[in-house]
Design a protein around this ligand. Structure first.
Ligand SMILES: C[S@@+](CC[C@H](N)C(=O)[O-])C[C@H]1O[C@@H](n2cnc3c(N)ncnc32)[C@H](O)[C@@H]1O
Length: 279
């Protein structure tokens, strides 16, 4: 793998910033470096050539920006967090007339559809508005389509069973047919969300670096998991500030298992496992 210097990383970030609206200055160095090194390998070139190519070719620049962001996701990823939502947080929403949820950095949508399935089982589906946003418009196209590979993603079914068919608090088991929510076509290697789920969410491109809300009324719940790990402390603080502003008083924020709110915003939230509440 080709290794690059800090100076080269800075030059690359500056070039992207000059040529586009994207600013990667505050992405965390370690993972960003790995992504660029992979890009150089894939394109068989050095940083200078990469910069020269993206300066001349906007389609290439867009492709590079998309290649930099990590899009890995799953249905019901981290089942324990979903148990916490199901048995602790979402029951407290039962008396709300309208619920607004924002999935920030939703990637290809599996997390958002998992939420819709859970809301439907809890009788909260009709009164909820769900917005999914991401920087990368390609992943949002996949999200809107709600169609995934089946064989590659068998873990989706394991997670579904764990979250939707078992209560870890008392060991109870529930009957639930996944076909209520998605169909699996093994011959075509497809897992496709049912139409009523596809019709529900709104998807929108949104760059968390902008620090701008742009998404209408404040939210009762913001889910932003496995996005902040790619940002340095500076940018994380800026994004926590944005989330604080975008939540209703007492609203909740869920971040990833490897993420936590440190720094100036930490005393503006109280924490219960993976769920933070705006004070
Ligand atoms: C690893 S995925 C996480 C997906 C999902 N939240 C989960 O936990 O399974 C990270 C997503 O964050 C998005 N992302 C990265 N930088 C972003 C930014 N500045 N603004 C919005 N989304 C961003 C990426 O495009 C990617 O889809």
């Amino acid at each position: 793998m080709m290794e690059i210097t800090n100076d080269e990383i800075n030059k690359f970030v500056e070039a992207v910033k000059e040529q586009s609206s994207y600013d990667f200055s505050d992405y965390s160095e370690k993972s960003f470096r790995r992504r660029i090194e992979k890009l150089l390998n894939d394109n068989n070139c050095d940083v200078e050539k990469l910069i020269s190519k993206l300066s001349k070719d906007s389609a290439f620049l867009n492709k590079i920006v998309k290649d930099i962001t990590v899009n890995t996701t799953e249905m019901f990823r981290d089942p324990k967090m979903w148990h916490q939502l199901r048995y602790q947080l979402l029951p407290s929403f039962q008396n709300k007339e309208k619920i607004r949820i924002w999935h920030a950095g939703c990637s290809t949508g599996e997390e958002l559809y998992s939420m819709l399935i859970l809301l439907n089982e809890m009788g909260l589906f009709e009164r909820t508005e769900v917005v999914g946003t991401d920087l990368n418009e390609d992943v949002l196209k996949v999200a809107k389509n709600g169609q995934y590979r089946y064989k590659f993603n068998m873990v989706y079914i394991e997670n579904f069973d764990q979250v939707m068919k078992e209560n870890p608090n008392n060991g109870e088991k529930y009957d639930l047919d996944y076909e209520k929510y998605f169909i699996i076509d093994k011959n075509r290697d497809l897992l496709k969300m049912n139409q009523f789920l596809l019709d529900k969410p709104t998807f929108q491109t949104h760059d968390l670096v902008s620090g701008k809300h742009e998404l209408g009324e404040p939210f009762d719940l913001i889910i932003c998991r496995n996005v902040l790990i790619y940002f340095n402390n500076n940018l994380q603080n800026k994004v926590f500030e944005l989330f604080f502003k975008s939540l209703v008083p007492g609203g909740h924020l869920v971040i990833g298992v490897h993420e936590s709110i440190l720094g100036p915003l930490s005393n503006k939230f109280s924490k219960m496992a993976q769920v933070y509440q705006k004070k």
